[in-house]
Write a protein that binds this ligand. Structure first.
Ligand code: NAI
Length: 707
């Protein structure tokens, strides 16, 4: 037996314990260990049944994800679970699988091969492979419909979302919920079933439905995927695999599943999603901040400004159980801010996200105030007042005066210098940027902006806080626009140039949306408010270099009061439900303006639209990386996926460029440079990597930023 699996026995029942911390992944050695244990159980006449259980905090949380990468590079043939699962099912002595924590992916497939399943009420079971661009590859799509029915199997494999033990019991996946000690409960259950015929899941065909019903279920699922998981291979493959279970023998179904699994495994989509999975874990690693850095306790907080962002941030803190003071400049603004928070909570209750009681508790944690008096005791302040340096400095001077030593003073600014804001205080080491995205209570991204004086404790505490708040914190440096918005500028600039050169608004948005962006760049502008950028451009106009082309159409739209969704018109026109429709009047205006400006008009291909917008992101990303404002290319990817609607299955902009090949990206950017001038100067890092035949992913590793 390997040391990953132990075999003991209790009163005639063998106990197979998997011990592969932290999550009992099915790494090499685990299946072999279980297989050996089964051989011993078969040979030992005094053993009447077996219980399979996970040691530590969970059953098997899945395959070892690193193994997938090894499989595609030919370094591993995979765990080869299928024969083991048949061996469990064919065991003459019943095998009871006892689940606590999570039975995910390969863990779920392992559990389904047992003759019975018992679980703690807190356990969760699921097939989340689709989230990595995969489908279950060890008969999960064949056994699950036999236990839970076709509709539920499709739903679970397509969404990847787990079910609770209780729901699993209702569905027929779990036979009994155990209260108290799981092993004792499982042993008791085993004693009850000894001697009875042990049901083999693969032979339980009763829930496989009939052709007519299944056709409806499968076509509805395909339609939903086409809408909600547009362009994704794995959800479609999952449906096809479950369909195979309804039309073929178990053996043939397994072969069909295997073929689909391999297709997914070798797809660019799966490689990208696996990259995202690892990158999300990588963001927490900061080379000069060791793991044991002191984390400051955050027991209470305050937010300054109860506008769009401040209100959302106060909710995020309250939702995480942190009491928060919410300060405004005057009573009317405070009332408005609170009313919005209340109506947001009421909406969540209406939609069934949480109970009225939970909403009430959360609301109670938010204390409105007009004064800084109570700020003396808080551990953290997040400022979210209007975007203007003079005002921000005034607020920080005040915070410096009232807050206790050691309190973290954070700004939600999206464009201003954290160092300059910090200079208004006597303690720049306590000042940092926490850049939330709108709506703050929904968006997962949090850019944590490190000022030149921000202390390691303050950085480490904010990184930790992002987790407490259910966000993904990415550390960035203090440059204009930080990482996300700095790259977004060139991206949106190109979208506007394309319009000025003859592309239609709808064509530009459609091209990016077909690429997989959650929204096209122009529709995104309408959502955020075109006036925001307009105001910033007016403020920074003196910094513009003469002779460098600037987009002008958006400013003209603003001059006409077309600020986007909030004014009912921007690039598109909107009804009172904020539904967009093309506005022919805008098209006509644009043609008139560009004619006056003398901009040459031409036919523009879809490929040019996507290349210009996406490579503008990549080129700026390369500069940011080289200048050290992001630690790794993969951090930029995580920012774009979680804050800007970049499709996860493309891996983020930098990963996408790596998949295209940096040589090709560089050549195309050089071509744009020749055609469109200075703004397309290739980033030196891009040029260097392209010439060396390297990828952005390698640059991060060479810098020692990644483990
Ligand atoms: P907003 O205009 O909705 O809210 C600002 C609030 O601050 C107003 O309610 C105002 O009354 C209040 N305020 C002004 N002076 C104050 C003072 N001395 N004490 C207390 N409250 C005061 O603005 P929004 O959109 O919430 O932006 C706030 C900050 O967040 C800005 O720095 C902005 O750049 C940043 N940000 C905005 C995003 C957005 O999408 N709206 C996204 C990310 C960051």
């Amino acid at each position: 037996m390997t040391d990953l699996v132990q075999l003991t026995s209790d009163n005639g029942i063998a106990v197979i314990t998997i011990n592969n911390p932290p999550v009992n992944a099915l790494s090499p050695g685990v299946p072999e260990g279980i297989s050996e244990a089964l051989d011993q159980i078969a040979q030992n006449a005094s053993v009447k049944a077996g219980v399979l259980i996970g040691g530590g905090r969970t059953f098997v949380a899945g395959a070892d994800i690193k193994e997938f990468g090894k499989m595609t590079s030919g370094k591993s043939r995979g765990a080869g679970l299928l024969p083991l699962l048949l061996k469990i099912e064919d065991s003459a002595k019943p095998v009871i699988v006892a689940v606590h924590g999570t039975a995910f992916g390969g863990g779920m497939e392992l559990a389904m091969a047992g003759h019975y399943r018992v679980a703690l009420a807190t356990a969760q079971l699921g097939q989340p492979e689709v989230k990595l661009g995969l489908i279950p590859g060890a008969a999960g799509t064949q056994r699950l419909p036999r236990l839970a029915g076709v509709a539920k199997a499709v739903e679970m494999c397509v969404s990847g979302n787990p079910v609770s033990a209780e729901e699993a019991q209702k569905l027929g996946i779990v036979d009994r919920i155990i209260e108290g000690d799981l092993l004792s409960g499982a042993l008791g259950f085993a004693q009850e079933v000894v001697g009875k015929p042990a049901p083999k899941t693969r032979e339980r065909n009763g829930k496989l439905g009939n052709a007519a019903e299944n056709a409806l279920i499968l076509s509805a699922a395909r339609e939903a995927v086409a809408k909600k998981q547009r362009g994704l291979l794995a959800p479609v493959s999952a449906i096809n695999a479950v369909e195979a279970a309804t039309k073929m023998s178990f053996e043939e179904g397994c072969k069909a599943e295997q073929k689909l699994f391999i297709e997914c495994l070798f797809s660019e989509q799966s490689k990208s999603l696996i990259h995202v999975f690892f990158s999300e874990r990588e963001v927490a690693k900061i080379p000069d901040i060791p793991k044991q850095t002191n984390i400051l306790p955050i027991h209470s907080a305050a937010v300054v400004g109860a506008g769009t962002m401040g209100g959302g941030i106060a909710m995020v803190l309250a939702n995480a159980g942190i009491p928060v003071l919410l300060k405004e400049a005057d009573q009317a603004a405070l009332d408005r801010g609170l009313a919005t928070i209340q109506s947001n909570y009421a909406n969540s209750v209406k939609r069934g996200r949480f109970s009225a009681q939970v909403a009430e508790e959360r609301l109670k944690r938010i204390t409105p105030t007009l004064a800084y008096d109570a700020f003396t005791s808080v551990d953290l302040v997040i400022e979210a007042v209007f975007e203007g340096m003079a005002l921000k400095k005034e607020v920080f001077r005040e915070l410096d005066r009232v807050c206790k030593p050691g309190a973290i003073l954070a700004s939600n600014t999206s464009t201003l210098s954290i160092d300059e804001i910090a200079s208004a205080t006597s303690r720049p080491e306590s000042v940092i940027g926490t850049h939330f995205f709108s709506p703050a209570n929904v968006m997962r991204l949090l850019e944590i902006v490190r000022g030149k004086a921000s202390s390691k404790e303050v950085v480490a505490t904010c990184m930790q806080l992002s987790k407490t708040l259910g966000k993904i914190g990415v550390l960035v440096g203090n440059c204009r626009g930080f990482v996300g918005n700095r790259m977004f500028g060139p991206y949106r600039r190109e979208a506007q140039f394309l319009i000025e050169e003859g592309a239609s608004i709808e064509a530009v948005d459609q091209a990016l949306s077909d690429f997989g962006m959650a929204m096209g760049p122009l529709a995104t502008g309408d959502l955020a408010g075109l006036d925001v950028g307009w105001r910033i451009r007016k403020e920074y106009r003196h910094l513009e270099v003469p002779g460098i082309r600037q987009p002008f159409v958006e400013d003209r739209l603003c001059e006409l009061g077309r600020y986007g969704q909030k004014t009912g018109a921007g690039w598109y026109k909107y009804d009172d439900q904020r539904r967009a429709a093309p506005d022919p009047a805008v098209g006509e205006l644009i043609r008139k303006w560009v004619k006056e400006a003398g901009t040459a008009q031409r036919q523009i291909s879809v490929a040019e639209v996507t290349d210009r917008c996406l490579y503008a992101l990549v080129n700026e990303g390369a500069r940011i990386l080289e200048e050290g404002y992001a630690l790794r290319a993969s951090d930029i990817d995580i920012i774009y996926i979680n804050g800007y609607g970049f499709p996860a299955h493309r891996g983020g902009p930098m990963w996408y460029a790596d998949t295209v090949g940096l040589r090709r990206v560089y050549d195309r950017i050089s071509e744009f440079h020749r055609q469109h001038g200075e703004l397309w100067q290739p980033a030196p890092l891009l040029k260097q990597l392209a010439e060396q035949g390297k990828a952005f992913a390698e640059f991060g590793r060479e810098q020692g930023a990644t483990a």
